[in-house]
Design a protein around this ligand. Structure first.
Ligand code: HPA
Length: 282
């Protein structure tokens, strides 16, 4: 049965519009352990997911469940503190509902952040890696069975993470003497972590980091023609020959991500100020 997503989006948007008519320009999804990134700010509206039609409550520690609307240095944003994961049991159209809702609120571009395991041997816990592309290994697709007559059924995924967005971020990191990586994000459903053989496979197919989010959201963003800045915080190493000492835990993921949050916040704040209409790649 196709899902009539427009009605669902309209009802969610109506819940938000009953509280504020604020129009954000940039949407931001805060990943595991990064929910506190914007905690201290004065918001125009903070809306608990419980007050938004069709938004479930996040069930994972490290994901709060609040929609934030307001300014960062006068730039109008909308941020999701808490995302919905496929592994929590939500259908894909709910996992990606916030992207459609933020689009309907007026966003013109999307920043997706996540915590990820580093497959590339040089990616260390605490490093930031920009997503230049992704590989969808969820075994599902958020556009499957979704009825949206006004949108392309077969959207191109070739320029999902535009180069100028990444390049500007690199330049900002460089001026702060920070090393930022770039890589291909492998999206898996989880919630079990990877076997050694799976990690080996991800390396072979060109993966640099692995995580359980982002890909569904980026696919819906592509359908909506929202350009994406994708950012992974590497929270653990994910190599096929690691011994038990390095076994990944969710607590470790949250700790490393929240330690990196202040650095990421500084870069994001600067990035939001870049005027991409005048931006030139070298
Ligand atoms: N695997 C999958 N998802 C993750 C990981 C990992 O090692 N670290 C953080 N999210």
């Amino acid at each position: 049965m196709p899902v009539a997503i427009d009605a669902i989006v309209n009802e969610a948007v109506a819940s938000i519009r009953s509280k504020t008519d604020f129009r954000p320009y940039t949407g931001i999804i805060l990943g595991s352990g990064l929910g506190t990134l914007f905690r201290q700010r004065d918001w125009i509206a903070t809306i608990p997911y419980a007050d938004i039609a069709h938004f479930p409550q996040p069930t994972v520690p490290g994901h709060e469940g609040t929609l934030l609307l307001g300014h960062i240095d006068s730039h109008p944003i909308c941020a999701l503190s808490g995302r919905f994961h496929y592994y929590e049991g939500h259908p894909m159209h709910i996992v990606t509902l916030p992207v459609r809702v933020m689009h309907a609120l007026g966003i013109q571009r999307l920043i997706i952040t996540n915590a990820a395991g580093g497959i590339h041997p040089q990616f260390q816990p605490g490093n930031i890696a920009l997503i230049k592309d992704h590989i969808n290994l969820f075994g599902d697709n958020p556009l499957r069975g979704i009825h949206t007559p006004s949108l392309p059924q077969f959207p191109s995924m070739l320029n999902t993470y535009p180069k100028p967005y990444r390049y500007a971020f690199f330049q900002l990191a460089k001026s702060s003497n920070l090393r930022v990586h770039e890589g291909v994000y492998v999206g898996v459903s989880g919630p079990s972590l990877e076997t050694a053989a799976e990690i080996h496979f991800f390396q072979k197919i060109g993966g640099d980091m692995v995580g359980m989010s982002t890909v569904p959201e980026a696919i819906v963003a592509a359908q909506l023609e929202l350009p994406v800045l994708g950012i992974s915080v590497i929270t653990n190493r994910c190599l096929p020959n690691l011994d038990d000492e390095e076994k990944t835990t969710h607590e470790m993921v949250l700790q490393v991500a929240s330690n990196t949050a202040p650095q990421l916040y500084t870069l994001l704040r600067q990035w939001l100020q870049v005027d991409f209409s005048k931006y030139q790649l070298p």
